[in-house]
Design a binder for this molecule. Structure first.
Ligand SMILES: *Cc1c(COP(=O)(O)O)cnc(C)c1O
Length: 410
């Protein structure tokens, strides 16, 4: 398996960074230089009022998201570029009611996790992909570009500040969710690209979602609804993709399902809720194939977990299986089910990790999918999951697991 290029921990400034003097503004004689996003300019204001650390289960299930002590923000303005980022106590934002994001969905976000390893270290999993995707999503909705490596440094610093306490060493095997967000803040009701924006990063508790009792149950999307379309923006992690999907999600939940399996066109299977979807089946030629929707028509998200599963399975972690990215329809799945050729199914994503699927309902017809010997997951699902889990939690040293230096005495 080819090792991806990663930023090593050494590339990051060691914590804590000395607050640097901001560079003086350009003189009136020269052209105004638009500043780039620059993590080395980060300023620090620490909280004097840290919250007690909640237990993981109640914090993950809380109706209001439980967050850590600090947030990092960075503002951008079309004439001056990126201001020095600030680390400060977590709290409400001030926003004009006319702000672009509140009217025209100039918003995008990322989701990744920080893991407390069994070796005591904090790690992220392939964060460079999330940072690159954040730039792709931002520019899709006319938000400003930035160097993804600078975003990664800011995320790393927030973790280094908050996680020694919020994800302590005695919580090996636990994680916090990282939510980088960008919003258009320009107070202008005219429909136009925002001339001001804000990037912010927060750390939060979310529940473990990777092994619901009995497996995940999916209901196919309503016939009159699509999540995304060719020429649209389904490949970008922009808020505009999610609000409109909630009606179908609620309908699925009312009927006792966990998520919507989004179909497109003539019943092509695309994604499940906010996760990528994989089917494992025996092809008509007898070969075992792991199949997921392709990226080329840009209607699905290029998930980091998705690409990792594809890479580890192609690397042979589950033996001799074909791994394909290609179109397939719910009709083909129903047909394969009749012939007993469906072996496993699972969804992948940061929130759901690798979660086995046990049932798909389409037009009142059910596909029941085996959950393996112990009823936890099928063999191929389990092998990919175990392999990636071990990297996330430091049981297996690998370039995909990016360790984060921590301060000793905060
Ligand atoms: C975030 C997301 C995923 C999963 O991506 P990961 O990088 O694996 O977390 C898949 N589909 C959609 C629609 C998403 O928003």
């Amino acid at each position: 398996m080819a090792s991806p290029t990663v930023l090593t921990a050494n590339a990051f400034p060691t914590f804590p960074l000395p607050p640097k003097a901001t560079t003086s503004p350009p003189t009136s004689s020269g052209p105004i230089q638009k500043a780039e996003l620059d993590a080395s300019k980060l300023t620090y204001t620490f909280t004097t009022n840290s919250s007690p650390i909640p237990d993981e289960v109640s914090a993950g299930c809380s109706d209001l998201t439980v967050v850590t002590d600090h947030i990092i923000t960075a503002t951008w303005d079309i004439s001056t570029g990126w201001a020095a980022p600030e680390l400060k106590p977590y709290g409400p934002l001030q926003l004009s009611p006319a702000a672009s994001c509140l009217h025209y969905a100039t918003e995008c976000f990322e989701g990744l996790k920080v893991y407390r390893g069994y070796d005591g270290k904090l790690r992220m999993f392939r964060p460079e992909h999330n940072c690159a995707r954040m730039r792709l999503s931002a520019t899709r909705v006319s938000l400003p570009s930035f160097d993804p490596a600078e975003l990664q440094k800011l995320v790393t610093t927030l973790i280094a500040v908050d996680c020694p306490r919020w994800l302590p060493k005695d919580r090996a095997g636990s994680f916090l969710y990282i939510r980088p967000t960008m919003i258009g803040t320009h107070a202008q009701l005219g429909v136009q690209a925002p001339k001001a924006a804000m990037l912010y990063i927060m750390l939060a508790f979310i529940p473990r979602l990777d092994s619901p009792a009995g497996g995940m149950r999916l209901l196919t999307s309503p016939q009159d609804t699509v999540r995304s379309w060719v020429g649209g923006f389904g490949y970008a992690k922009v808020g505009a993709n999610y609000g409109p999907s909630l009606v179908a999600g609620q309908e699925a939940q009312r009927e006792g399902f966990h998520q919507t399996l989004w179909l497109y066109g003539e019943g092509e299977c695309t994604e499940a809720g906010g996760s990528n979807f994989f089917i494992v089946w025996r092809r008509e030629d007898g070969k075992t194939e792991v199949l997921t929707a392709p990226l080329d028509d840009r209607i699905i998200l290029d998930g980091v977990t998705r690409r990792s599963v594809i890479e580890v399975l192609r690397g042979g972690v589950a033996g001799d299986v074909e791994v394909a990215e290609g179109k397939y329809t719910i009709g083909e799945l129903l047909q394969a089910d009749k012939q007993g050729r469906i072996l496993e199914a699972f969804v992948t994503g940061t929130a759901y990790f690798i979660c086995p699927v046990s049932q798909i309902r389409h037009n009142a017809k059910d596909i029941h999918i085996p959950m393996g010997h112990e009823g936890k997951h099928g063999d191929i699902t389990g092998r990919a999951k175990g392999w990636i889990y071990d990297i996330m939690y430091g049981r297996q040293e690998h370039p995909w697991g990016v360790a984060i230096p921590e301060s000793q005495g905060l």
